[in-house]
Design a protein around this ligand. Sequence first.
Ligand code: UTP
Length: 290
Amino acid sequence: MPKPVRKAVFPVAGLGTRTLPATKAVPKEMLTVVDRPLIHYAIEEAKAAGIEEFYFVTGRAKSAIEDHFDIAFELEQTLRERGHGELLDELNEWLPAAGQFAFTRQQRPLGLGHAVWCARNLVGDEPFAVMLVDDLMVGEPPCLAQMIDAYRETGGNLVAVVEVPREHVRRYGVLDVVGDDGRLARARGVVEKPEPAEAPSTLTIIGRYIIQPEIFDHLAALKPGSGNEIQLTDGLQQLISTGQPFHGLRPKARRYDCGDKLGYLEANVALGLAHPQLGAQFRRLIQSYL
Ligand code: UTP
């Protein structure tokens, strides 16, 4: 049995340039899909996968994320006085318990690999999950739970993957596949943002990872790669080079890329239509526009 995954790292220090002007002062992770911010969905997914400790790598202008984890006394008081106890329960049920979460800072946005490295002292010497909050995953069981199940079989490093059209591979980390049963693919390499003609496959990494702690030493030694950033994918490649297993799981889940304006709109429509209270009315509303 591989060591269990108890900790998750949420790198939330990116600049969010593709979602400007919405993300000038509001962090991308606080953008709302239907009635809750993206960070909310990610924490729910992590909890459903048995994650016990939540570590956020934040940056400048991200204090709204930290505030979201506070108890809002005035709000509590007002909700109680107005008899909205159920809303209060919902708010508090979501919050990780005191001491179960922590924030560290990435002082400069030097890349995803660097952001993950900033969490090294919080993670210590055990496997951990990385969740990119702007990839909203909707599935049952939730995506990270499916990955942890698969990790019990594979051990090593495991990422969520999707097949994309070849012309899109230059936006992603791409797997060099040596075995594939249609659900799990085994890789002998990964490459960040390759040119379509040079990409080893069209199987690409999306925002969920299970990683062994040895990656921190490799990330510390990395030089900036694609886009002049320290790339997490390059750290993963180093782990493969040292002989650690590396697999990609095609999760049974729908992915909404909320770091992109169209993907974000799609998420709102899809989750709005599926919303237990608002769905039926929202469907009629949407139809009236078509
Ligand atoms: P993105 O590639 O989406 O970059 O980062 P971004 O800066 O957030 O957004 P755009 O592309 O400018 O619109 C992928 C993930 O890595 C985090 C981001 O917060 C996001 O979750 N990240 C990226 C960091 O935490 N630090 C970095 O230096 C870069």
